[in-house]
Design a binder for this molecule. Structure first.
Ligand SMILES: N[C@@H](CCC(=O)N[C@@H](CS)C(=O)NCC(=O)O)C(=O)O
Length: 369
């Protein structure tokens, strides 16, 4: 039977790992296609307007770019066993952890890939080379990989990965591994025996980079075997199985992880939102550039500078909109959690300029709230 969906991506691509795990869990009839140089040219650029993966193609010829849009499109088409909890607090937590995986854990993921390059050079370059030119010899692939990875390799300073911040990035990551290891010693997934959108968000960084590149993979296996077992479970799920915990329960083991997220990531996102708003004030109706310069950020005990990624607002709008849609009594339950984890003020910050994605471009635009 011909596949209903094609997923264009790559083995070492962070966001492909997120979409792949989701598609496997949903038991869909799909195939993965390596996004070679030729595919970028003939298929991705013409249909999505950007050189980015993953991209989903449907049998009807529709192309969808961005893992969150891909998952939401597929959830609507295949509603059985949803990955969004339907209880208020679990849904809030799942959306916050998707944001954390997608937009913040990229920092340790990129650090452990590129700052440790000398210890895993062949593996990394051959992965990039294999994806671009599967037919080339291994020697050629290494050369091609070195070239095609230049943009990613060069982005680590923009992400805030510098000599000053690296000790803190590692410290916070090791704490995360320890905290997740305790959690996954007790639960199969974040919120019970079914993976949620939060699990898929964490899977991006924790698989393609941190659970697969030789140096961080060895670290994860040795220090956090339960996390490594979760990565394997996410890649080999029993499709459409499991349940979220009853009574909208949030495991206590997730609280320290959420606390770190609120402490480190949410101030960054709120500042992104201020920059996006200021940009839109100056350029009404414009396409907001993907990057708006640099700003200060914090990770654990360190402060540094990182890029202002305008897109982070779009991901934050998801838990924000969910929280603000809750009826008063349910909002109270969410507030109790937000007070404990330190996210109450951020979730109650007004978003004056709502943003939307537009097909065919990565730049966001202003939208009615
Ligand atoms: N938010 C997007 C991010 C996709 C993304 O950044 N993909 C990487 C590879 S893992 C890429 O192709 N980046 C090129 C770029 O950002 O221009 C998603 O969820 O799909």
């Amino acid at each position: 039977m011909a596949a209903d969906y094609l997923l264009y991506g790559g083995d070492h691509s962070l966001y492909t790992g997120k979409a792949r795990a989701y598609m496997r869990f949903k038991g869909l009839n799909w195939e993965e296609v390596t996004a070679t140089r030729a595919i970028y040219k003939t298929t991705l650029l013409p249909n999505v307007g950007a050189a980015i993966v993953p991209v989903l193609a449907t049998a009807e010829g529709r192309f969808i770019q961005d893992t969150t849009d891909i998952i939401d499109f597929l959830e609507a088409a295949h509603p059985a066993v949803p990955v969004y909890p339907d209880t208020p607090v679990q849904k809030l937590v799942a959306l916050m952890l998707e944001l954390y995986g997608d937009e913040w854990l990229v920092i340790p993921a990129m650090h452990y890939r590129w700052s440790m390059l000398e210890q895993q050079r062949e593996f990394i370059f051959s992965e990039f080379g294999k994806m671009s030119a599967p037919e080339a010899s291994r020697e050629e692939q290494l050369v091609i990989g070195e070239k095609t990875s230049t943009m990613f390799r060069g982005s680590i300073t923009m992400l805030g990965i510098t000599e000053q911040t690296i000790p803190a990035i590692e410290q916070v990551y090791l704490e995360l591994l320890d905290q997740l290891d305790v959690h996954f010693g007790q639960y199969d997934y974040l919120l019970g025996s079914r993976p949620s959108i939060g699990d898929f968000g964490l899977m991006g960084p924790l698989y393609a980079h941190l659970g697969r590149d030789p140096v961080p993979k060895a670290l994860m296996q040795a220090r956090a075997p339960n996390v490594y077992a979760w990565v394997e479970r996410m890649n080999n799920p029993v499709p459409l199985s499991g349940d979220f915990l009853a009574n909208d329960e949030i495991p206590r083991t997730l609280l320290p992880i959420l606390q770190t997220m609120c402490r480190d990531q949410l101030p960054d996102v709120l500042d992104v939102i201020r920059h996006n708003a200021a940009w839109l004030e100056r350029n009404p109706g414009g396409n907001i550039p993907r990057y708006l310069g640099m700003h200060a950020f914090r990770t654990g005990p360190a402060v540094g500078e990182r890029v202002i990624h305008s897109y982070a607002q779009w991901m934050f709008q998801r838990p924000w909109a969910h929280y603000h849609s809750l009826p008063v009594q349910k909002r109270g339950e969410a507030d109790e959690l937000l007070q404990v984890i330190g996210g109450y003020e951020a979730m109650n910050t007004d978003i004056t300029h709502w943003l939307a994605r537009k097909p065919g471009q990565l730049e966001l635009v202003g939208a009615p709230g």
